[in-house]
Design a protein around this ligand. Sequence first.
Ligand SMILES: Cc1ncc(C[n+]2csc(CCOP(=O)(O)OP(=O)(O)O)c2C)c(N)n1
Ligand SMILES: [Mg+2]
Length: 328
Amino acid sequence: MSASTLPGREVLVDIYRKATLIKQNDERFRSVIKSGKLAMVYYSPRGQEIIPSAMSVNLTKDDYIVTIYRGIHDMLAKGVPVRQLWAELGGRVTGTCKGKGGPMHITHPASGVMVTTGIVGASLPIANGLALAAQLRGEKRVAVAYFGDGAANIGAFHEALNMAAVWKLPVVFVCQNNGYGEHTKLAYSTAVPNIAVRAVSYQIPGITVDGNDPLAMYRVAKEAVERARSGGGPTLIEAKTFRFFGHVLGDADAYMDKGEKAAAMARDPVPMFRAWLIASGHATEAELASMEAAIDKELDEALEFTLASPFPDAAELRRDVFKEEISA
Ligand SMILES: Cc1ncc(C[n+]2csc(CCOP(=O)(O)OP(=O)(O)O)c2C)c(N)n1
Ligand SMILES: [Mg+2]
């Protein structure tokens, strides 16, 4: 773990709190789905916890994010309330989108989560639109586009980087390079080993960082967010990480290299950060254990809340779809 320009203790503990919420939330989701209590399509972000946690401590509530189907970690880090997130995934009326968004389309503008998209590459131009709106209104908001390595081969990636560069938009493009696009290893589909080099084509800063290193990720995130907020334009961050499980829950991941996977899991970023926080004197074992117990309780409550909430009424089918039927 690199240690120059260390953030303060509160920030470090906050990054850990977000990362451990994501990890515990993922473990709970997977066990609840397997038990049959809730049914949903689920894309695990396990292994990628540090990236949005270190990004989000540099963002305000008013800053925007646009994420993808594998985006639960991005949403939790940005502050979407846990119980509303669970209820949405469970398709309940108490969810962020009244149960009508489901896992693929969660939005929660109150926390700045503006859209979740299942269309690979679509998060970048949408973030540009949000950033342009903020720029035109003279607001100091920053928009973050999260996307995967597979999305960097989609035309919209290149179009969005070009447009953001030309208009100096307050946007940060965060490529979570987890080594796989669906069932395809990066090297089979991508000509460059480091996606960040593509920033050169658009004359914007492009940085490759170890996305599992909280301090390195924090520093890169801080610089990019400050650049965007102060009118310096966009940045492309390529955060290298590893997807612990298959593309979607139920995928047997036979195409994943077993040795590579075992090595990545042995370097699980969340317990590694935990050990470092304690060893470096930034937190105590007791403090972190009590934080983890509180998160467990919050997850118990989120599950209870979801199971006790009704599904949307059939009359909701067309509401919030057509303009004349938009409800307050
Ligand atoms: C435009 C488009 N093409 C193809 C797909 C099918 N698809 C869904 S996820 C995915 C892989 C994307 O990989 P990556 O961008 O690396 O994200 P990750 O799942 O690894 O987080 C593909 C090809 C899609 N949803 N949208
Ligand atoms: Mg990927």
